[in-house]
Design a protein around this ligand. Structure first.
Ligand code: ATP
Length: 258
């Protein structure tokens, strides 16, 4: 069995009387590459915020046999859950390797981590390879291309041995080639881990999703394979007429050329 699964039941998040997540059930199986889609304001990020402890929620969210709700962020992270945000948060002045070293932590002193080292720990070496940045290990992260920074951030989750990766719009602003490379990266990662991707790019979703959940107005509207979700009349209805977010079935070239 790959990775760990996430089980969410009757999840609710309320902001000052406004219900952003309204009784959501979600089953993410180990090794899944699940896309979480839905119009702006559907509650996608809030759902991930609730699971990772950033906002208060009621209901249940279980991962690796443990209830997550009500626990502090750090304790949730220690169960093996990691996330990225829409903007990559890497240390720009530090090299790729130093960024990974710091993420890996592993009880080393800060000077050890900052010194250029030949004895790169195996998980760091493996992550460098997986994210395709081995040749750029000694470059400052600040000079990396936009896509490479996102990959570095994913690598920082890999060296922490995160078992469930929650990625918020990882290909936003990426070129076509970067999106393709990111999709392939996520497929490789999901061979050993569970991956959930919040996404607006329908082409990217169609190409790489193993399963899809569609949120709308804080509720789960539809779930299934890409084909099942595309064929769902409720999903088409929600997306129809939205010039910036075509229906998943619409024959568009891309929704997020940046
Ligand atoms: N801290 C907050 N306080 C008040 N309302 C919030 C807060 N965070 C989110 N919301 C509201 O909750 C709803 C869901 O927001 P959320 O960001 O989860 O949607 P989303 O599906 O991720 O949208 P997008 O695709 O635009 O990122 C929105 O109406 C948003 O305005």
């Amino acid at each position: 069995m790959n990775g760990e699964g996430l089980t969410v039941r009757d999840l609710r998040v309320t902001f000052d009387g406004f219900t952003a997540v309204d009784g959501v059930d979600l089953d993410i199986h180990p090794g899944d590459l699940r896309f979480l889609i839905g119009p702006n304001g559907a509650g996608k990020t809030t759902l991930v915020d609730a699971v990772t402890g950033l906002v208060k929620a009621t209901g249940s969210a279980r991962f690796a046999g443990q209830e997550l709700l009500g626990r502090p962020v750090q304790k949730i992270a220690r169960t093996g859950i990691g996330r990225t945000f829409q903007t990559a948060t890497v240390f720009e002045e530090l090299t790729v390797l130093q960024n990974l070293d710091i993420a890996a932590g592993a009880g080393r002193g800060v000077w050890t981590m900052l010194r250029r080292r030949k004895d790169v720990p195996e998980p760091v070496e493996k992550a460098l390879e997986t994210i395709g940045l081995s040749a750029l290990r000694d470059r400052p992260a600040g000079v990396l291309a936009h896509g490479q920074k996102q990959w570095l951030e994913i690598g920082m989750l890999l060296v922490q041995d995160v078992r469930l990766l929650l990625l918020d719009e990882p290909v936003a602003g990426m070129s076509h080639d970067e999106r393709q490379a990111t999709g392939e990266l996520l497929q490789r990662i999901s061979e050993e881990r569970t991956v959930v991707v919040i996404e607006h790019d329908m082409d990217f979703m169609r190409s790489f999703a193993r399963s899809v959940s569609v949120l709308h107005s804080g509720r789960m509207l539809s779930e299934g394979t890409v084909a099942e979700v595309q064929a769902d009349a409720r999903v088409q209805e929600v997306y129809l007429g939205r010039a910036t977010e075509p229906a998943p079935s619409a024959p568009v070239a891309s929704t997020q050329e940046a």
